[in-house]
Design a protein around this ligand. Sequence first.
Ligand SMILES: [Zn+2]
Length: 150
Amino acid sequence: MKESMRYFRCPSCGAFNRIPEEETRTPVCGGCKKPLDRSGAPQEVDERAFAKAIETSPVPVLVDFWAPWCGPCRMAAPIIDKLARAMPGSLLVLKLNTDEAPTTATRHQVSGIPSFVLFSKGREISRQVGVLPPAEMQRWLIDAASRAQA
Ligand SMILES: [Zn+2]
């Protein structure tokens, strides 16, 4: 992990903002000047925003491929939310609704949902198909993220 710098994606314009860890005021996005959310909460993206984010993110990106009708996806949501908020600024978590993103789902060979894919510098590092219990999900993510840094 980068020492004291954290990176936050602006949900409004998609720009990445580098923010010192010790910054206490609510920073605004350098691109669009809207306040930045530093909670680390998962961000909903469409296909275009997804493509831009995985290509330009300075930190590993966990993508939750899901759909509203999928029961296991709803079970996974609070687990992913908690993991995301535990690593604000050092991991970006995106949610992509596969019903609205068929091209991206096909391109990334998402055959079952939920599917969790960790990307680093635009490249897939690891994939988990189906939801695991929280502790196992966390173990998978930490292992995948550590390989992303290498
Ligand atoms: Zn912005």
